[in-house]
Ligand binder design. Structure first.
Ligand code: URA
Length: 235
């Protein structure tokens, strides 16, 4: 696929149209053999270099990030944001790269980000029931009743009008558990434990659909392969 060079670079966040035209004029944008490209050039994405480096990936990017505590998913919140953990250019891409669903500021673990709005919708759509698995650490010991309450499909959270879909709980210790939910309601896991008289002290998302965070170090990100994206959707 080819696109006008200045538009392509600007959309990838290399700078404004004016900035990237200056980069092109300065001979910083070349083919792999070093021959400079001009503004009107139409070259294949994979053949273009900026300062000798291959271009960032084209639109259709899907990333996984191991979100650390203390970062928010929204640029409108104050404090550190997850974009600070990605290359600076990624925040200036068009279409924008956005988180798929949210993790609270104090939650850690698997966060997906993509510039593919349709894919994001497929993953978060309540109709699809994509399971999300969290590891929780609780303030108080489990009573043993929680699993049945969460699995019942009749748990109603405060100020909600429809009960939660059944969720699966596996105790992993006296005050730790793995919980799998298929919805994405506001602060859902914390509110579920509050509803049974407990309090979530630590919340870590370990998997979305069939895709696990694995051993990706905290604060690091990587692109997903088509097979991994299929795993998320369970397709
Ligand atoms: N549920 C929560 O309460 N918080 C999260 O960050 C994710 C799910």
């Amino acid at each position: 696929m080819t696109a006008r060079l200045d538009k392509l670079l600007a959309n990838l966040g290399y700078g404004s149209r004016q900035n990237v035209r200056a980069m092109i004029k300065d001979g910083r944008v070349t083919l792999a053999d070093g021959s400079p490209l001009d503004e009107d050039a139409k070259a294949a994405h994979g053949d273009i270099r900026v300062d000798g480096e291959p271009l960032d990936p084209p639109a259709g990017l899907v990333l996984m990030l191991h979100k650390p505590e203390g970062y928010t998913c929204s640029t409108s919140d104050s404090g550190r944001i997850v974009y600070e953990l990605l290359p600076g250019r990624f925040m200036h891409r068009n279409p924008i790269i956005a988180p798929v669903g949210r993790l609270d500021r104090d939650s850690t673990g698997l966060l997906l980000l993509t510039d593919d709005g349709k894919l994001a919708h497929r993953i978060t759509s309540p109709k699809r029931h994509v399971p999300k698995t969290y590891e929780v650490t609780l303030a108080r010991p489990l009573t043993g009743e929680e699993g049945a309450v969460f699995a019942s499909g009749s748990l109603m959270l405060r100020s909600e009008t429809t009960p939660l879909a059944p969720a699966e709980l596996v105790a992993t210790g006296p005050q730790t558990a793995r919980i799998t939910i298929t919805e994405g309601r506001y602060h859902q896991v914390k509110r579920m434990f509050a509803a049974v008289g407990n309090h979530v002290e630590r919340l870590h998302r370990a998997a979305i659909g069939g895709l696990a965070l694995g051993d990706l170090p905290e604060g690091q990100w990587r692109g997903l392969s088509p097979d991994e994206i299929a795993l998320v959707l369970g397709s």
